[in-house]
Design a protein around this ligand. Structure first.
Ligand code: 3PG
Length: 216
């Protein structure tokens, strides 16, 4: 389910997971991400500024793929989509929220941490789910163990992913795309270090290319 969004996310290889404290940072951040080769973002509903940030970024950069993260309620799904979010990510598997998104045909990536939760997604036709918190749960080894028993799914590992362990995930076909905040830390955004964010995005894109397009 949601194959075309799954493919788009897979084509990027990494998703910057963003915590924006001020909506006024949204447009400069979008510009920095695009300059770094990542015209996508998961803007987390961890701050009051999330909804407005999604709106501002979507308007300023229609070519960007913007999703909402840390979505915990149906009300947040509605607000995120109304603001321009094209996909929904949640740290947990809430059947009510997932079923709501499926009914409305909103691509949803619920967090799973166990085979039980992964099976709940499979039963609903999901083929890509977030694996969270990835590093703390055992990283790629845990993903491989789950997928040995449960076929036909791939993961979006998030939580503790960084430039040093990104390769361990992307080298596996079980990983569609890895999410993380390492290239867009709030402290960098708040300090206006947009050039640094661009450089870190370029570095991440370089790692994706090295693994997925080794001939380049
Ligand atoms: C998420 O919301 O997906 C994670 O908290 C991001 O994890 P990280 O900050 O460890 O990259």
């Amino acid at each position: 389910m949601f194959e075309s969004m799954n493919e788009r996310l897979t084509s990027y290889g990494v998703i910057p997971v963003v915590v924006l404290n001020k909506a006024s940072s949204a447009v400069p951040l979008g510009r920095a991400l695009i300059a770094g080769g990542l015209n996508l973002a998961e803007v987390t509903f961890r701050t009051e500024a999330a909804e407005e940030s999604i709106r501002l970024m979507s308007r300023a950069f229609p070519e960007m793929l913007i999703g909402a993260g840390t979505v915990l309620t149906i009300e947040q799904v509605d607000r995120a989509v109304a603001a321009g979010a094209k996909f929904i990510v949640s740290p947990a598997f809430d059947p009510e929220l997932v079923d709501y998104c499926i009914k409305k045909e909103i691509p949803v990536y619920p967090g799973v941490a166990t085979p039980t939760e992964a099976l709940m997604g499979i039963k609903r036709g999901l083929t890509l789910m977030k694996f969270f918190p990835a590093e703390q749960l055992g990283g790629i080894k845990a993903i491989k163990a789950i997928c040995a028993a449960l076929k036909g799914i791939r993961f979006m590992p998030t939580g503790g992913v960084n430039k040093d362990n990104l390769r361990s995930y992307l080298e596996s076909p079980l990983v569609a795309v890895a999410g993380g905040s390492w290239m867009v830390k709030s402290a960098m955004i708040d300090a206006g270090e947009f050039d640094r964010i661009t450089a870190l995005c370029k570095e991440a894109v370089g790692i994706v290319d090295e693994i997925r397009c080794p001939e380049h």
